[in-house]
Write a new protein. Structure first.
Lengths: 103, 476
């Protein structure tokens, strides 16, 4: 990242509560797993995945955790075409055209 | 003592919650409490100190409000085709996506962030997986405030719900620090930890500022429709989750002189899915505006991150309906293909209900869907349905009855398959009253004072007599 030399934008993660420390009244599936948090920010140098680092967040606060991703990509998108919706839209437009021609 | 020196274990932090919330709220809620039950709700709302005009003025400075009111003529035509003769109300939609940050939540956030600065807080914090995060982040960005957002995003495998991943991205785009957690109610613990550590203002969804900010939306809906059609709307459909949207909209409509307007809440039916379940988390295709929030927030509004919730939808709802996931995806597609509006999931929950409700109303009535939100990556139906399929959910064409939350999403085969289910408000009122008696440890409602019965009646939108009768039937 040439825009911020000597630093890398990373996502870190850390366990906040181990399963044993979690609140009571949880469903069984949730009770079995730790309560975990992820935060993004700048780490100094060239951090490696799995390394424990302290990042500076967008607010300039320091948070320590294990590097999960370097230059973390926003992976969400628009997904695949959904034929059921394509069909539904075409049918509705045809229905509306039919109503217009009746008038 | 420095907050860092405090005991940060779960039990220790939870035991400090009253003082943490008090400090981060900036409101002395106790002054409105009278005895064991009665709370001066109108006093709390008035304590913001802002008139409706002042709120609108602040919102104008924040690029919020005065959004377009659009008539959905093609959907109305289609509804009339399905309706009995003389029926099929005109459907309008308030294009709240036009607010800075892309949703009506900007109305709530604008006033909260404004107030945090006026009170001298160095930042704001909001715990939300919804559009409210982006709204608080955007309002903070333009007002020069620091913003931290806490979201529930991932299951234990690190798989993020795409709609919430998008909302997190938006928060970061507006310069906020975002904490993204796995599934669990311990979000509240982390929220407390961060409030204590930063000393920031708790820009909760449930403060009087947040609810007061929505009143301008109800007011605009009332005045827009009177101007466009010469009369108040017969009904307004409001997507309901935490209760703020219903509460603020209804209060604003009243302020606009629309006392006769029926307020109808609508939520996506996700009954059967456990909101605290790691496995169920990514088996839902709607992350808010669903019954998993809508119902518990009606029966117990005070399970929130403030001492007393200013969002009290049971005080305002005339009707409450649920719609299914397939119906909402279908109407979202029709909104795009028939009306040329690609908009996000939230307002389309009430639009699905409105499409059917309009068919049951006279043709000269006006029915308003009071919000849209921006759509895009993660939020779009194709993103959500792809994610659903990848998580083993079956997506098919079929009638409403085929929908099974967490298993099957049935896209209607015909517009007549877009239906709603009435949610029994009487049952919800009973459940609310039962909860209050239980909390007070009262077995016989005759132990309640007259003031207490009056308070419960206002809380449940009943007359004192109706409330007494309901209390008596429940305990007999």
């Amino acid at each position: 990242m040439t825009s911020c030399p000597g630093r890398r934008w990373v996502e870190i993660g850390f366990t906040i509560l181990e399963p044993a420390d979690r609140t009571a009244h949880l469903p069984e599936d949730t009770k079995r797993v730790p309560y975990y948090v992820r935060v993004k920010g700048c780490a100094q140098g060239e951090p490696a995945v799995g390394e424990t680092v302290t990042i500076q967040t967008l607010l300039g606060r320091s948070v320590e955790g294990k590097v999960l991703r370097i230059d973390p990509e926003y992976g969400h998108g628009f997904g695949r075409p959904i034929q059921e919706l394509i069909d539904a839209g075409s049918e509705a437009r045809a229905l509306l055209r039919g109503l217009e021609s009746e008038q | 003592m420095s907050p860092l020196a405090l005991d940060r274990t779960y039990e220790a932090v939870m035991s400090r919650q009253a003082e943490i919330l008090q400090r981060a709220a900036g409101i002395d809620y106790e002054q409105f409490r009278h005895g064991r039950l009665v709370f001066d709700y109108e006093g709390l709302m008035a304590s913001t100190g802002y008139t409706l005009d002042q709120i609108a003025g602040i919102q104008t400075q924040c690029k919020v409000g005065c959004t377009p009111m659009l008539e959905l003529k093609n959907l109305t035509r289609l509804a009339r085709h399905l309706a009995p003769p003389g029926h099929g109300a005109r459907i309008f939609i308030k294009d709240e996506a036009a607010n800075a940050s892309g949703s009506f939540k900007a109305r709530r956030a604008s006033l909260s962030v404004w107030e945090s600065r006026r009170r001298g807080y160095s930042g704001v914090i909001a715990a939300t997986s919804g559009n409210y995060g982006a709204a608080v982040a955007a309002m903070s960005a333009m007002q020069g405030q620091r913003c931290l957002v806490l979201q529930e995003v991932y299951d234990s495998q690190g798989l993020g719900q795409p709609e919430i991943v998008e909302k997190g991205r938006a928060c970061e785009a507006y310069g906020a620090e975002v904490w993204q957690t796995t599934v669990g109610p311990e979000l509240f613990y982390v929220h407390l930890l961060l409030m204590e550590e930063t000393g920031y203002f708790n820009a909760s969804l449930y403060t009087p500022f947040s609810v007061a900010g929505i009143q301008t939306l109800g007011h605009e809906v009332g005045t827009d429709i009177k101007e466009l059609t010469g009369k108040p709307p017969a009904a307004v459909v409001v997507t309901h989750a935490g209760g703020g949207n219903v509460t603020g909209t209804a209060r604003g409509l009243r302020a606009a002189g629309c006392e006769s307007t029926t307020i109808i809440g609508a939520s996506v039916d996700l009954r059967g899915l456990n909101m605290a379940s790691d496995l169920d988390f990514n088996r839902k295709s709607f992350t808010t505006g669903h019954t998993g929030f809508g119902v518990p927030f009606l029966t117990n509004p005070d399970r929130t991150d403030v001492p007393y919730n200013a969002a009290r939808a049971l005080r305002y709802l005339d009707r409450y309906v649920s719609v299914n996931q397939g119906g909402v995806f279908y109407i979202t597609q029709l909104l795009a293909e028939l009306e040329g509006l690609e908009r996000g999931p939230a307002g389309n929950t009430s639009l699905a209900a409105a499409f059917k409700l309009a068919q049951e109303m006279p043709a000269d009535d006006v029915l308003v869907v009071q919000e849209t939100e921006y759509t895009g990556a993660g939020k779009h139906p194709t993103a959500q349905l792809t994610f659903a399929r990848d998580n083993g959910i079956e997506v098919v064409r079929g009638p409403a009855s085929m929908n099974l939350p967490g298993k099957t999403i049935a896209i209607p085969e015909h517009p007549s398959d877009v239906v709603y289910q009435e949610v029994d408000l009487e049952r919800i009122r009973k459940s609310y009253l039962r909860g209050q008696l239980l909390r007070l440890g009262i077995a016989d409602p005759r132990e309640l004072t007259q003031d207490e019965v009056q308070y419960l009646a206002a809380e449940t939108r009943l007359t004192t007599e109706q409330c007494l009768q309901m209390l008596a039937t429940h305990t007999s």
